[in-house]
Design a protein around this ligand. Structure first.
Ligand SMILES: [Zn+2]
Length: 222
């Protein structure tokens, strides 16, 4: 039997508001290393959904680090430096161990003092470590900010389709299925494009069951 494809799994999530005058810190993050991340198995998180699909398709998850924080103000410069160092150290420790794909669970609205695109930074550094041919697929909150720097490094992404968010696991599962196609069928070579729509949506209109955000998502899925 051929060896199972190995998928490097990492997570770094925080949503910040730059209007919050209080900076957040490293201590805001709940960190899990390696096998500790298995506590997310079977629960409604992006990682939980992705791990279930990896099991189903026979992929071996290579668990590195998960760092999650609640919504808060801009991450302080020392906080970001410590967090980024720890995340990249965990990824670097496995990046050379024969990796076939990367799943990175993110929010998309992180921001740090001195680095306003932490996700773009982490993806750029991860790409340097795994090389140009290993597919990287990410998940994001639908309020995440998709920067050019992020788009240049990734091969696929999945975002939540619901607000209030209830579809974390199914979003992780969609990302894992995209990764499965990319890893097992080398003819699949996606092109990523971003279309900006002229909409500024607030409050109730964000609710996907009743608001205009929901109509847009239903329209996009047709
Ligand atoms: Zn959100």
């Amino acid at each position: 039997m051929s060896k199972k494809p190995r998928i490097l799994v990492a997570e770094c999530m925080q949503e910040i508001s730059s209007f919050n005058p209080l900076q957040s810190e490293y201590a805001n993050f709940h960190i899990e290393h390696g096998a500790q991340m298995l506590v997310q198995k079977g629960i409604n998180t992006g990682l939980g959904g992705a791990l279930a699909v990896f099991d189903e398709v026979g992929f071996e998850p290579v668990l590195t680090i998960s760092a999650r924080a609640g919504s808060a103000g801009l991450l302080s410069r020392p906080g970001w430096n410590r967090l980024m160092g720890e995340v990249m150290e965990a990824i670097a420790a496995e990046a050379g161990s024969g990796i076939d794909g990367v799943y990175f669970s993110m929010h998309g609205a992180m921001g740090a003092d001195g680095e306003l695109d932490p996700e773009g930074y982490l993806l750029t550094e991860t790409r340097k470590l795994v090389g140009p041919d290993v597919p990287i697929v990410i998940t994001l909150d639908l309020h995440g900010i998709l920067t050019d720097r992020m788009l240049r490094q990734i091969d696929g992404l999945a975002i939540y389709h619901t607000y209030p968010h209830v579809d974390f696991a199914s979003t992780g599962a969609r990302a894992a299925r995209v990764l499965h196609r990319l890893v097992t069928d080398k003819r699949v070579r996606p092109t990523i494009a971003r279309v900006t729509i002229p909409a500024l949506v607030r409050g109730d209109e964000l609710i996907t069951k009743s608001g205009c955000y929901g109509s847009l998502i239903r329209e996009a899925r047709r």
